[in-house]
Design a protein around this ligand. Structure first.
Ligand code: SF4
Ligand code: SF4
Length: 142
């Protein structure tokens, strides 16, 4: 084995009703040699599905796989639609810092403020479990 599978990303997908029963996600492995781990899956009463996936593989294959999903009607949901911080409520207590696995939440040394970097956030939701004032909110649209 000479190729290393070093690309890893968490993505959020929305499936229209006509794709819910088709194995498009399984095909990521078969067609593009990507490994995937389903972190969360849901289906609403209108039979629209949503899924949070951790994908591992070669970056080139990842992009091919994403194109394949889009061609099959699957929509990528930006992280910004999955998580939000209510800056008015946040009291910068720092409880969430230790929970965040990606470094999206960090402490600014000089000001002692807790910063939130949406670019690094995967919307895993771990911070929401410890925030005493519920300033971190997953699926704000829901
Ligand atoms: S736990 Fe909540 S209130 Fe405390 S710093 Fe984090 S987001 Fe702000
Ligand atoms: S949801 Fe919270 S814990 Fe998870 S990556 Fe984003 S900021 Fe960090």
């Amino acid at each position: 084995m000479s190729e290393s599978k070093n690309f890893n990303k968490i993505i959020h997908l929305a499936f229209p009703p006509n794709t819910s029963g088709r194995p498009v996600v399984c095909n990521l492995g078969k067609l593009y040699n990507l490994s995937f781990n389903i972190l969360k899956a849901d289906i609403n009463p209108r039979l629209e599905g949503s899924m949070t996936l951790e994908i591992t593989g070669l970056e080139e294959d990842y992009h091919k796989g994403i194109n394949y999903l889009k061609e099959n009607g699957v929509r990528l949901i930006p992280v910004a639609q999955k998580i939000a911080r209510d800056d008015e409520s946040c009291m910068h207590c720092g409880m969430c810092l230790a929970m965040c696995p990606t470094g999206a939440l960090s402490l600014e040394k000089d000001t002692r403020l807790v910063l939130f970097d949406l670019e690094k956030c995967t919307a895993c939701g771990l911070c929401t479990k410890v925030c005493p004032v519920r300033a971190m909110e997953v699926d704000p649209q829901d």
